[in-house]
Design a protein around this ligand. Sequence first.
Ligand code: GDP
Ligand code: IMO
Ligand code: MG
Length: 426
Amino acid sequence: MITVIGTQWGDEGKGKIVDLLAERADFIARFQGGNNAGHTLVIDGKTYKLNLLPSGIVRDNTQSFIGNGVVVDPFALAAEIESVEKEGLTITPEKLMISDKAHLILPIHKTLDGIMEDARGDQNIGTTKKGIGPAYEDKVARRGIRIGDLQNPEHLKSRLQSLIDHHNISIKGLGLKQQNVDEIYSELMSVKDKITPYIGAVDQSLVKAHADNKNILFEGAQGSLLDIDHGTYPFVTSSNTVAGQISAGTGLGAARKSHVVGLAKAYTTRVGTGPFPTELDDDIGQYLGEKGHEFGTVTGRKRRCGWFDAVLVKHSCRISDIDSIALTKLDVLDGLNEINICVGYTINESKIDYLPSDITIWNTIKPIYKTVSGWDGTTAGIQNFDDLPIEAKNYIQTLEDLIEKPISIISTSPERSDTILRESYF
Ligand code: GDP
Ligand code: IMO
Ligand code: MG
């Protein structure tokens, strides 16, 4: 079993690495998040952009699971299935199973996501407005609706009634149009037949797959610094994104024993608001953004760019007990004379080497940098470690020493094949 999770603020290239490792996987499972994720795969020049569908969906040899920890917008899922089918993929119940216990994102959740963001004013989180937070709120408040409820119309209607009664109280206070249960019910019925064939007991299938010694790959979404508990709260997403969530989000207890691959970009990006100590507001930040095509897959927003922050990645390694690192987008650093790596922070004259939980001191953090040489020439497309320029090898070695984990995968372009594998997986 292998788990792939992000060690930064998302968009580390999880889609590419999951797709690569999926070559030898029998099952791929998502365990948290929803269609706030945007995972890009490039295979022989063809690009696939996935939001909810696991990145194994493009492979014929794998079955994809959407675990109970995921929140599912049934309209978005139906549209995504239709869209990838237009790209030539065939999605069947043999290829995709959605946990009956996964919670639904309803249109009301998207509306509330927008309202709450507006209400936060200049303290807004910059959410993807996909309804993720409000759907998880309803789940935790025990008034949520689960995918499996679609198969039981009477039960669904009564659950909807309680949910909408609840939300109509706050909506009324805001002077907005009251939600109508019958309308929502018939909208759900219009999409039901596109979803129900895929509903199944993901937990049981995974337990069986594990007992049969099948290769299972868990695909994280977002990144460790967006984790609801361990990230830069409150500028986070509404799920646990760390490896500890795999078992809870799939129902396979044994998943916690998987080999955890932490994904890290060779620099750092963040989309949305919140603290970012190594952010670059200068020409280099601009250069990284343009060279790395740093625009959000889901919202098209420009991603903020900065230097690699070893303090943050080390923090992520600790929380998820990461075994090895996959370093992506090394090629984006091609052409820089010097590269900085954040090795610690100064806060009011004192030095620290960890991530403080008190958000109010984040703005006073000053990164301490170690500067290393850049390299001439290009790393783009290199597939063998020995072919990398010596300075690039040194950069990788320096990161390994700082984060105290082996960098076992190095990615040098968006293409599946442009990857250096220093360790064999599965
Ligand atoms: P994810 O959310 O972690 O799956 O990452 P995204 O797909 O949102 O963003 C990563 C972007 O970088 C995508 O456009 C990838 O195609 C691209 N990418 C992945 N690895 C590399 C790489 O090594 N080099 C370059 N230049 N682009 C990469
Ligand atoms: P992938 O899987 C980058 C960010 C949003 C916002 C915060 C909360 O592609 O790495 P939400 O809609 O989840 O309530 O937004 O989290 N965010 C991501 N940033 N990559 C993602 O996913 C993200 N999913 C959410 O920008 O700051
Ligand atoms: Mg992404």
